[in-house]
Design a protein around this ligand. Structure first.
Ligand code: FE
Ligand code: FE
Length: 189
């Protein structure tokens, strides 16, 4: 599907704020792709579709994953919002007809991350955190600058602050996010 057509469809199914965020992630991902000399089209498609399954009720997310045989981890059963990443990749492939497996993978891992992510994965993960509509996270000014210079350094900082935030508000730390953090800590040594 053409990007414009996907945008039109998403504007209908996402709420206003989510759509604004989506467009923010798409252009931030494009800018990061420019800075790191990688494919801009891929970055824009992945950014555009990364949250396409976000505005589905959690109960429905679980049902749909079962229906489509998408494996559900224990932590995802407890926090079904995490499933919007896997479900989003499924919709990207089947409803929005994305055939590029790298785009699908970047969508799939955008919420928890995973160790040893490729450049596109990191661009989407980071763009999701730093896009211009975000204003609540600490260190945003510094992380935004770093993102254009050093993707692994930005990954480490975001993962650290994300786990910190979850710890503070008593939220559950997903084991995959912890693993990803450990990986990037080692890598940035
Ligand atoms: Fe998301
Ligand atoms: Fe997002």
């Amino acid at each position: 599907m053409k990007r414009k057509k996907i945008e039109k469809k998403l504007r209908k199914i996402l709420d206003r704020e989510r759509y604004r965020h989506t467009v923010g992630v798409m252009y931030t991902a494009a800018a990061l792709a420019m800075a790191h000399q990688t494919d801009m089209e891929q970055a824009m498609y992945a950014g555009l579709l990364h949250d396409c399954a976000k505005c589905i009720p959690n109960e429905t997310k679980l049902q749909l994953c079962e229906e489509y045989n998408i494996p559900i981890r224990e932590s995802e059963r407890r926090c079904p919002f995490l499933l919007h990443a896997k479900l989003g990749a499924y919709f990207a492939e089947h409803e929005y007809k994305v055939t590029d497996s790298m785009v699908l993978h970047a969508i799939q891992v955008h919420t928890t991350g995973e160790p040893d992510m490729n450049t596109l994965d990191k661009i989407i993960y980071i763009a999701d955190y730093i896009e211009p509509n975000r204003d609540a996270a600490p260190n945003l000014t510094e992380i935004r600058k770093l993102a254009y210079e050093d993707l692994d350094g930005a990954m480490l900082w975001i993962l650290h602050d994300t786990l910190d935030y979850l710890k503070e508000k008593g939220g559950e730390q997903d084991p995959m996010t912890v693993q990803t953090y450990e990986y990037y800590k080692e890598r940035n040594r």
